[in-house]
Design a protein around this ligand. Structure first.
Ligand code: ADP
Ligand code: MG
Length: 321
């Protein structure tokens, strides 16, 4: 197997230019303008995983520095650098030398900033100030609300969104064409459903499926993603609504065992399916509430089977009174 073959697809298919980045339209427009001016403030990228935060940072750096991007870029992860002191030392070393080329600053990408404590964020803020002349920071986080105000106010903030179905589909199409994969429309839809707009997740699941078969259908996708097919969970719910509690319970248990699902996986699926089953809207709201309560108790450590059975019983009760 050549290196090219064994490469992980999320790296192999990481966009290298603005044109290749899907979605995130407003963000792209604003960021492009900074790059054209060869000047930019510190940036804060907020959003869920796998939607292009790291990717866009790398594109910025490539566009600004061209061939010398590597020397002008430092990537750190706040959650594995063992604290702010290590980060400070690395930033200091990096910032000591001037940027190469005609851009007057270097770029530091700091991932998972919301993992830093408030005190560590204060120290980070001071570091950012000390090196503002020579460095720009791109901070990345899942939730901007976890970043202290003094940092937020020093950054231009960008909110990244989960990718939409057509965007994920375009990415899947590119990969399947290059890799010679045969995939049908249902499988593409399934891949989008299980990825929840997280492109890294979609690409990783696709690559695991590819290891098993070059022909990909929705069954392979659901089993790789260890997510039950909505169809089977829905059947269990329908049995419950038709007052067949024992069969419903059996169906749900079988599905969990077959796909190796946790109670929380199942609750998430049920919660999505409530709006598709045939009960009136007021009941749907009650069931949604019951779902929330079961999820909470499960997270708190309650037995998942007891919670799932209790939840199924609520579906049964819908038509009993
Ligand atoms: N907006 C996007 N357009 C195209 N591919 C994307 C996009 N976002 C993510 N990807 C794919 O998913 C991978 C992981 O994305 P990344 O930018 O590292 O996510 P994160 O937002 O967690 O930093 C990329 O290498 C790329 O293959
Ligand atoms: Mg990232």
């Amino acid at each position: 197997m050549s290196f090219e073959d064994s490469q992980i697809w999320t790296e192999k298919y990481r966009p290298k230019s603005f044109e290749q980045v899907k979605g995130q339209k407003d963000t792209l427009k604003r960021v492009k303008a900074f790059v054209e001016q060869k000047n930019m403030p510190h940036l804060l990228f907020a959003g869920p995983p796998g939607v292009g935060k790291t990717t866009l940072s790398l594109v910025i750096v490539r566009e600004l520095f061209k061939d010398s991007w590597n020397e002008n870029f430092l990537e750190l992860n706040a959650s594995d650098e063992r604290g702010i002191d290590v980060i400070r030392v690395k930033v200091k070393d990096f910032a000591r030398t001037k940027a190469i080329g005609n851009v007057p600053f270097k770029i530091i990408y700091l991932d998972e900033c919301d993992a830093l404590t408030k005190e560590a964020q204060q120290a980070l803020r001071r570091t950012m100030e000390n090196y503002t002349k020579t460095c720009r920071f791109i901070l990345s986080c899942n939730y901007s609300s976890k970043i202290i105000d003094p940092i937020q106010s020093r950054c231009a903030i960008f909110r990244f969104k989960p990718l939409e179905e057509k965007e994920i589909e375009q990415i899947i199409d590119t990969i399947t064409k290059k890799e010679g994969i045969i995939i049908n429309a249902e499988a593409k839809k399934a891949l989008f459903e299980v990825s929840e707009g997280d492109c890294r997740k979609a690409e990783n699941i696709l690559q695991s499926c590819f290891a098993v078969s070059k022909k990909i259908d929705e069954n392979i996708i659901y089993s790789m993603a260890s997510v039950a097919r909505p169809k089977e969970v829905k059947q269990a719910l329908e049995l419950a609504i038709n007052k067949d509690f024992l069969e419903a319970k059996k169906k749900l248990l079988d599905t969990m065992l077959e796909y190796g699902l946790s109670g929380l996986d199942v609750i998430k699926q049920i919660q999505k399916l409530i709006w598709e089953v045939d009960v009136d809207d007021k009941k749907k709201l009650e069931l949604t509430k019951a779902c929330g309560e079961a999820e909470f108790r499960m997270v708190e450590g309650s037995d998942e089977y007891i919670q799932l059975e209790a939840l199924l019983s609520q579906f049964c009760l819908v038509n009993l009174n």
